[in-house]
Write a protein that binds this ligand. Structure first.
Ligand code: DAT
Ligand code: MG
Length: 141
């Protein structure tokens, strides 16, 4: 099914100059970026985006990291793009992420700083709709 997902190149990816490489992999897979914006998150936006993680021990450091610089937010469209981008991204922990994935090839293991894993991708249709509305309130498809 053609669907849309929210991809974020997190501040570590933007700082390391990997935005183009990550977009290249998305496009090479056949997914189409239909909205792209470089912006710095706010605490309010992150509380919505990471609602499921509010109160967890890693939440405060995660927010601090996500506020540390601009994020490249992307809405990508394609057949099966929601699970498909999760496959391209690889496992959350950079050490466990398989070679060939964005995190497996490019993310460094920072010990406890698992949050510095370069990318975010929506994990379900419901999350994708919710997250696209948070980052791109005017987006219509
Ligand atoms: P994902 O980004 O793979 O969907 P998630 O939604 O479980 O993973 O977590 C969101 C982000 O929070 C993740 O990209 C990195 C950070 N994170 C998750 N679990 C963590 C942990 N145990 N310690 C530190 N950071 C963590
Ligand atoms: Mg997640």
């Amino acid at each position: 099914m053609t669907e849309t997902t929210l991809i974020l190149v997190k501040p570590d990816g933007v700082k390391r100059g990997l935005s183009g490489e990550i977009l290249r992999r998305v496009e090479a897979k056949g997914y189409v970026p239909v909205a792209v914006e470089l912006r710095t998150a706010t605490p309010e936006l992150l509380a919505e985006h990471y609602a499921e993680h509010v109160g967890k021990p890693f939440y405060e450091p995660l927010v601090e990291f996500m506020l540390s610089g601009p994020t490249l937010a992307i809405v990508a469209e394609g057949q099966g793009v929601i699970p498909g981008f999760r496959s391209l991204a690889g496992a959350t922990n950079p050490t466990e992420a398989a070679p060939g994935t964005i995190r497996g090839d490019l993310a460094r293991d920072w010990g406890l700083k698992v949050m510095q894993n370069l990318v975010h991708g929506s994990d379900s249709e419901e999350s994708a709709a919710r997250e696209i509305a948070i980052w791109f309130p005017a987006f219509q498809r």
